[in-house]
Design a protein around this ligand. Structure first.
Ligand code: MV4
Length: 504
């Protein structure tokens, strides 16, 4: 059995992986950049090694250095988390060649899914539905015009080496086709060193629904149902939930079956995610497969009761899946909000820096996957996500109310956070009614940003002034010896974000 795992990552996901290691009695090894010396994952791990300067390219992306540390620390396996080296086939291969277990799929599976056209071809061969379009890269402009005419406008031009929204161009009419094609090609060549571009029919206002899959080394592949990820902004997910309100039992069964077929088509091993676009008539199409653990995996964990990181480790260890498809059920509803250090009122600019105070929500049905503590300085070098707040409840309505309650309890000072923005999303009627697609944030941006001219800071100041006046009144009422109504240095802060009128 695996005894020791190096976690080649930082932040909340490094801590998340180490938590499962601890429960399995496995020792964890952290790597950290110079600026992460005091980071939570370093404190949590059983051992920690410096991996280089703050920039990712000089630390968390240095496959050679990480392998050197893995050998020195004598680990059995490496967990790559998400981002960084998690979908780097070369890294996966080097790890395996060094006699260390890579907790993830084979380099071949990573490569096949990393190239969008190869993935598309695999799906077509295996009967997994894809968006109508081309199977090969477009050869020249002549062929492009012919192809697009047969597919019909609007179309999406996509870079084969792209993915996650990079290297895409929407074309609505033939006047724009050639220039869009040239731009897509040069962008793809500059960004990925590969100018292959293909054509897909454009799906208007789709839902983004993904399926979690797990596959062991013995040929067993199962799915753990869907996640609805349509609340996103510029290809960054903001809120995820499961189950999806769009789903019917029949559609779920069919999509689940196709997600498993997608994984099997590349002999997938480990935890993976198959992304689909679902149109307004509930037609679904394979979009891409992510060959890693995803940020939003906890919503799946809460409704299935399974620990996906434990499953990844057991699979990597060569053990058969501990549960079968028919053992799995969806219990209740889970929602995840990504808490970012960012200023949504200033074009969602990252807002890294010193976290002066942080009080995280607790109570029934609340989970936070975070890594930030009071006095910690969020570096500007990495993704500014502070934590993931996940609520579970028997029904969707209750999970939303619980999320609002948890967001209300969440207090962070020192950096700007997305908490007010997320609260606004939870309060939006269309979200509550489950009437949203991938254009939700764009469509509701004005009202989501509108805090009636009073943001958190301004509200805090107003409440503080009210509190001072209240104390003043108290003092005048009784004699000068009366104690203040609230003790503590920031008792007034507890009033923050209350929507009802305060009476003093
Ligand atoms: C599409 C599409 C509509 N039609 N492809 C965006 C991310 C990348 N992985 C693929 N994306 C899309 N591909 C066709 N043929 C719309 C999107 C898309 C989208 C997809 C999922 C989640 C959010 C999105 C936001 C805008 C566009």
């Amino acid at each position: 059995m695996i005894q020791k795992i190096l976690v080649a990552n930082r932040g909340e996901i490094a801590v998340r992986v180490m938590r499962s290691c601890r429960e399995l009695g496995i020792k964890s090894v952290a790597v950290y950049s110079d600026i992460d010396r005091k980071a939570m994952h370093v404190r949590y791990a059983d051992e920690a090694y410096n991996v280089g300067p703050a920039p990712s390219a000089e630390s968390y992306l240095r496959a050679d250095k990480i392998l050197e540390i893995a050998k020195k620390a004598n680990v059995d396996a490496i967990h790559p988390g998400y981002g960084f080296l998690s979908e780097n086939a070369d890294f996966a291969r080097k790890v395996t060649e060094a006699g260390i277990i890579f907790i993830g799929p084979s380099p071949e599976a990573i490569l096949a899914m990393g190239d969008k056209l190869t993935a598309r071809q695999k799906m077509i061969e295996n009967g997994v539905p894809v968006v109508p379009g081309t199977k090969e890269p477009v050869k020249n402009e002549e062929e492009l015009v012919k192809t697009v005419e047969s597919v019909g406008y609007p179309v999406m031009l996509k870079a084969s080496a792209g993915g996650g929204g990079k290297g895409m161009r929407l074309v609505r009419n033939k006047e724009d086709l050639i220039s869009a094609y040239r731009m897509a090609k040069s962008e793809a060549s500059a960004s990925f060193g590969d100018d292959a571009v293909y054509v897909e029919k454009y799906i208007e206002s789709p839902h983004h629904i993904e399926f979690q899959v797990l596959a062991d080394k013995h040929g067993n592949t199962i799915h753990l149902f869907e996640r609805e990820c349509s609340v996103q902004r510029r290809h960054q997910k903001v809120v995820e939930e499961t189950p999806s309100v769009l789903m019917t039992p029949e559609l779920r069964e069919e999509m689940g079956k196709q997600a498993v077929a997608a994984a099997k088509s590349v002999n997938y091993v480990g935890a993976g995610t198959v992304e689909f676009l679902v149109d307004n008539n509930r037609n679904f199409y394979f979009l891409e497969m992510n060959t890693r653990l995803q940020v939003e995996h906890p919503v799946t964990e809460l409704v299935t009761g399974k620990d996906l990181v434990k499953a990844q480790i057991l699979i990597a260890d060569g053990q058969p899946l501990p549960y079968k498809q028919e053992d799995l059920t969806q219990n209740g509803h889970a929602i995840e909000c990504r808490i970012y250090a960012e200023d949504h009122r200033n074009n969602f600019m990252p807002s890294p820096g010193l976290v002066k105070q942080i009080t995280e929500p607790l109570g029934q049905g609340v989970r936070t996957d975070g890594y930030v503590y009071e006095g910690y300085e969020i570096p500007y070098h990495y993704d500014p996500m502070i934590s993931k707040l996940i609520t579970w409840a028997p029904t969707r309505d209750e999970a939303i109310e619980r999320m609002k309650r948890a967001l209300y309890e969440y207090k962070i000072t020192g950096v700007k956070t997305s908490i007010p923005f997320l609260t606004k999303i939870m309060e939006t009627k269309d979200f509550y009614e489950g009437k949203y697609d991938t254009h939700f944030i764009e469509k509701n941006l004005d009202s989501l940003l509108d805090e009636s001219g009073c943001d958190q800071e301004c509200e805090d100041i107003a409440l503080f002034v009210a509190y001072l006046e209240y104390n003043d009144k108290l003092k005048k009422k009784s004699d000068s010896s009366s104690a203040p109504a609230q003790s503590g240095s920031n008792g007034w802060k507890d009033f923050a974000r209350r929507k009802n009128v305060l009476r003093f």
